[in-house]
Design a protein around this ligand. Sequence first.
Ligand SMILES: [Zn+2]
Length: 273
Amino acid sequence: MYADTAAGRAEATPGAEGTCPACRHPVRPKCGSIVVHHWAHYARTDCDPWSEPESEWHRGWKLAVPPERREVVIGPHRADVVTASDGVVELQHSPISPEVIEDREGFYGQRMAWIFDATEAYAAGRISVDHGDGEWDRLRWSYARRSAGVCRRTVLLDIGDDLVLHLNGLSRCRQVTRESVEAWMRDGGRWEVRRVPAPAPPRREEPPAGSILERLAKAGRWSEGTPAMKARREHSARLIVAMARWRATGRPEDWAAYVALARHAAGYRPRGG
Ligand SMILES: [Zn+2]
């Protein structure tokens, strides 16, 4: 994200020249339209073996703290974020080996915490949370990252939607807001982030109430289940409305409309037809 330039510490811009703040070697700006703008070493690889390609995800988290606390050079490494209380937060998007985890945790010590990018895993349904009454909720994580199991420091999973899971082992967690994690990074303090109240358990499907037209309106909302089930429910709701209209008006065309609709029902066979 940053290099030392003639104008001071700066982000990559087209045509700029910079020096890596860690190894002092020249770096060049990469400002394509697909990958987030970044500085690259002229040598093929980054001088910090722990660094990974900069992404919008990394950038989003780093922006939570002032610039001087992003990518802070500590010995041969660059800590992604240094918190107000001198903690180190390492942002990890790609899979990482248990050996590297141990190295990084050993290097930074107790002051360090991880934020793993779990947005894809969560969106794909591989991570879910069963909310209980206790302090910790139950975490279900299919093919949990092998690496997360070896972490000895605080682990946070960014699951998107401004939610973060604070892990306690691989089977317990509590859900906290991203905002509270960012506030902790920016302002420091104890590792107490604001917990998100567990959402009420999903209610069982309720039979529709109110007028027939309200039922029809509701049908779209309470129709859970397979698309076929939903289609059948919506069709019944339309039938109810059509029948009610004919009863109210008594007009032949309303009766015809009802019959036409009924003929669309699955398995309809005209009697004697
Ligand atoms: Zn370097």
